[in-house]
Design a binder for this molecule. Structure first.
Ligand code: CA
Ligand code: CA
Ligand code: CA
Ligand code: CA
Length: 450
């Protein structure tokens, strides 16, 4: 054990390691003997000493008290549960060292974790997620960090009404180490199925990354959308919403292959990915700031004028907003323009995609959403895997689905949502899709539709 003053505030820091000395099953943070600290104390800055804490090896720790510490490293196979029911059990990490996650951090209930002065770093095996034991819909835990970096092998998942707040930049990055995913590398993963995100700085995607956002609660972004992802197959925002809410000028990097004002822009005909398309994009008035759409990075094609574009199902421009299309196009399915100023440069243009005529026009490639053309506009309904006729509810996968896929095999337009195998649509309804529906009928869900 050392006694230093790492943050040079004149107060000694103790580096405390969880040793698990309390009786079996007593893995509470507040049990003194679980720590290598002298006297009857557990790490908490409330006294004269401040603490940098390491959980390592197979430490399995339950936070049962509110604590403030300088920094925390969760490494090896250690697990920290911030899941307490009741009044106490929140975590504040206050020094610039921040929070390093290479093990597992599980949350539940309405617990809060705040890291106001340092980064939250997830890498190589690091996972932040809902406690699998928590009841469905029960978790509203929040994580806020000055900065959040998700690197190769790190994963952050938001479910229920969990939230992530970043006061500076959010960054997902895997560069050469993820090239071609050699060596079975896992790219950084950020998934929000129903959670909420607030990014006050920039959202930066770099290299090969996985970012899924399907929450209907918009992701609020006040800084730039620095999309330097080269992995469109890892980008799933086509059912999600983003709100550009900054008060300073914002830049938005477009990443989709510009295939003109056609529906293929939402589901790339060659790459079979969503082409960096988005569900809803809203630009608020933002005190007169300008939002510039640009193609300054080659995500799929190149940086030439109008080589790349943004495809968005629903574009909302609030009164007083100002957008500039700088040598790139933004294609929309529906537009609510409440009085925006729209500036174009070069080939830049805002352009409508023709109305859909049939369900097949709306294919998003995902078996987890039923795609429907309703009065010329695509609508998507979350469905169980194999529920190709979107009957929904318990027992949703029944004989009618099997008959539907068989009909679709003969005449695709009759059962447009039957192209569920492999987990991304491959453009044909074939034997694999029939077998997939039969598998789904017997209860399998290989595509995590939930
Ligand atoms: Ca681009
Ligand atoms: Ca679909
Ligand atoms: Ca069904
Ligand atoms: Ca298929």
């Amino acid at each position: 054990m050392t006694s230093e003053d790492l943050d040079m505030d004149g107060v000694p820091d103790e580096c405390s390691d969880f040793t698990g000395g309390c009786p079996a099953m007593s893995n509470e943070w507040s049990c003194f003997d679980n720590w290598d600290l002298p006297g009857e104390v557990y790490p908490d800055n409330s006294g004269p000493v401040t603490y940098s804490v390491t959980l390592d090896q197979t430490d399995n720790v339950f936070l049962d008290v509110d604590v403030t510490i300088d920094s925390l490293a969760i490494i090896d196979n250690s697990v920290l549960y911030v899941t307490q029911t009741g009044a106490a059990g929140d975590l504040a990490i206050v020094a610039p060292g921040g929070l390093l996650i290479e093990g597992t951090l599980l949350v539940a209930n309405n617990r809060t974790i705040t890291v106001p002065n340092g980064p939250v770093v997830l890498q190589s095996g690091g996972l932040y997620a809902k406690d699998p034991a928590a009841a469905p819909g029960s978790v509203s835990a929040s994580l806020s960090g000055q900065r959040v970096d998700i690197l190769q092998g790190g994963e952050l998942r938001l479910e229920d009404t969990m939230s992530l707040t970043v006061t500076d930049d959010l960054r997902l990055e895997c560069l050469t180490e993820c090239d071609g995913l050699r060596g079975g590398q896992t790219p950084p993963i950020l998934q929000s199925t129903t959670g909420q995100m607030y990014i006050q700085g920039n959202a930066v995607l770099a290299g090969t990354v996985t970012w899924g956002y399907s929450s209907s609660v918009p992701l609020e972004l006040a800084g730039n959308f620095v999309n330097h992802s080269i992995s469109p197959e890892g980008f799933d925002f086509v059912h999600g919403a983003m709100l550009l809410s900054g008060t300073m000028d914002q830049r938005f990097e477009v990443g989709g292959d510009d295939v003109s004002a056609i529906r293929d822009g939402f589901f790339h005909p060659v790459g079979l990915h969503s082409n960096f398309a988005m569900g809803t994009l809203e630009v608020d008035a933002g005190m007169g700031r300008e939002v510039t759409f640009e193609n300054a990075f080659a995500n799929i094609v190149a940086v030439g004028p109008c080589d790349e574009a943004l495809y968005v199902h629903h574009l909302i421009l609030r009164s007083g907003s100002h957008i500039t299309l700088n040598n790139c196009k933004v294609y929309y399915e529906t537009l609510a323009n409440e009085g925006a100023t729209i500036t174009t440069a070069g080939c830049g243009q805002l352009a409508a995609i023709p109305a859909c005529a049939q369900d097949d026009d709306c294919s998003d490639g995902s078996p987890c959403y039923h795609d429907e053309c309703a009065a010329g506009v695509c609508e998507f309904t979350r469905v169980a895997y194999g529920d190709v006729n979107a009957s929904g509810g318990p027992g949703a996968i029944d004989l009618d689905d099997i008959l539907c896929v068989l009909d679709g095999f003969a005449s695709p337009a009759v059962c447009a949502n039957a192209d569920i195998s492999p987990c991304r649509a491959n453009g044909i309804i074939d034997l694999d899709d029939i077998l997939a529906v039969l598998d789904a009928f017997s209860g399998t869900d290989p595509c995590d539709c939930g």
